[in-house]
Design a protein around this ligand. Structure first.
Ligand SMILES: Cc1cc2nc3c(=O)[nH]c(=O)nc-3n(C[C@H](O)[C@H](O)[C@H](O)COP(=O)(O)O)c2cc1C
Ligand SMILES: CCCCCCC(=O)C(=O)O
Length: 364
């Protein structure tokens, strides 16, 4: 029996050290953006179409050349070994088995080469993308990109919503600022510029000096497609198109950065309008059911990504727990698609989405 993300969440909460549970669950500030991500989906409804003769369905999508069995990817989340001893290796095997794309965090507690190897041990064509925080020193960013390329990653997801780190009240209250002994952000090990005898693992820097120039430089140094994660303003989306970026992720970092950021599903339509089909637009934040996936796709997302539900599956039952959560998302999305009268993700169109209480008002 597949465990729904809500069940996994309950199990994870019971099993995890409360300090680590709060790290994963928490958000920035008063956690308004965190709460709103889920609530905003509840404010939206789907108007199903009937009698469309959609006898067989296909939930697969192709994203920048990678095929995914469903339009639900694994969002990058840090420090999986805090959730389960097998950490990112378990997540990678589960994502590969579920046939979806894993976006591996630069802040993983397992090196990217080991993550891709684990995914490919299950499915040789499994796609792994690498999430990157651009580092102030170009040679450090360059070395991270080479590692991702050598590991066989097929896209880079550059997180641009973190000029500084959000303030996480739960972590502050617990005094949780560092990984426990024995765990490290393994992609940061042995990078250029580490002083002889200095710490072998560099801290991850967040820099407010980053600009479009850094994105341009990155694009010039790698053949991999580059997506920007954390775009919420339509002008930034238009600029991304002009700069030749390959894709966008509409994200408020799961409510962990700017607490005043809008719910991502509410920001999505303006980004989709600005991009006008020129790039794939992904969304993450608060996606908890197949209906949420269907709403996001109907509003123009090519796919969504899920963060915490995957962590809960991992904490609850390792590789099997993540696989259960991902398989549940696939079947729940398939069910929503069928109930909307669709045969494939492209059948979900904006006219299906209305605000609750607003049917007939042309709310969208
Ligand atoms: C515990 C945790 C760690 C995260 N680590 C990263 C990270 O390393 N890099 C990144 O770009 N986003 C990170 N995120 C943000 C996620 O990629 C994603 O935007 C967010 O989790 C989506 O919201 P959801 O958790 O409601 O699905 C993290 C989120 C959580 C909850
Ligand atoms: C400076 C530590 C970097 C870890 C970042 C993980 C992350 O993005 C999060 O939201 O947590």
């Amino acid at each position: 029996m597949n465990r729904a993300p809500d069940d996994a969440h309950r199990h994870a909460r019971a099993l995890l050290d409360p300090v680590h549970y709060d790290y994963f669950a928490g958000g920035a500030g008063r956690e308004v953006a965190l709460d709103e991500n889920e609530r905003a989906f509840r404010r939206l409804a789907l108007l199903p179409r009937v009698l469309r003769g959609a006898a067989s369905r296909d939930t697969a999508v192709t994203l920048l050349g990678d095929r995914s069995r469903m339009p639900v990817l694994v969002a990058p989340t840090a420090f999986h070994r805090l959730a389960h001893p097998e950490g990112e290796l378990a997540t990678a095997r589960a994502a590969a088995a579920a046939g979806t794309v894993l976006i591996a965090s630069m802040a993983a507690t397992t090196a990217i080469g080991e993550i891709t190897a684990a995914a490919r041990s299950v499915r040789p064509e499994a796609a792994v993308w690498f999430q990157l925080y651009l580092q102030p020193e170009p040679e450090v960013t360059g070395a991270l990109v080479r590692r991702a390329e050598e590991a066989g990653c097929t896209a880079l997801v550059v997180t641009v919503d973190s000029p500084v780190r959000g303030r996480h009240g739960r972590d502050e209250r617990h005094g949780f600022h560092d990984l426990p002994p024995g765990l490290a952000a393994e992609n940061m090990r042995d990078l250029p510029g580490t002083a002889p005898g200095g710490a072998a693992v560099r801290p991850i820097a967040m820099s407010s000096a980053l600009s479009w120039e850094h994105v341009r430089r990155l694009r010039a140094t790698t053949p991999l497609p580059v997506l920007l994660k954390g775009v919420l303003h339509p002008e930034d989306a238009r600029r991304a198109v002009a700069e030749g970026v390959d894709g966008l992720v509409v994200s408020n970092h799961g409510g962990r950065q700017l607490d005043a950021a809008p719910a991502t599903v509410e920001a999505l339509p303006r980004i989709v309008e600005a991009v006008a089909g020129r790039l794939p637009v992904l969304l993450d934040g608060g996606v908890r059911t197949g209906c949420d996936v269907a709403v996001a796709l109907a509003l123009g997302a090519t796919a969504v990504a899920v963060g915490r539900p995957v962590v809960w599956g991992l904490a609850a039952d390792g590789e099997r727990g993540v696989r259960d959560v991902l398989e549940w998302f696939r079947s729940d999305f398939d069910q929503a698609l069928a109930l909307c009268g669709g045969a494939r993700p492209a059948d979900l169109t904006a006219d299906l989405v209305v605000r609750r209480g607003g049917v007939g008002s042309g709310a969208w």
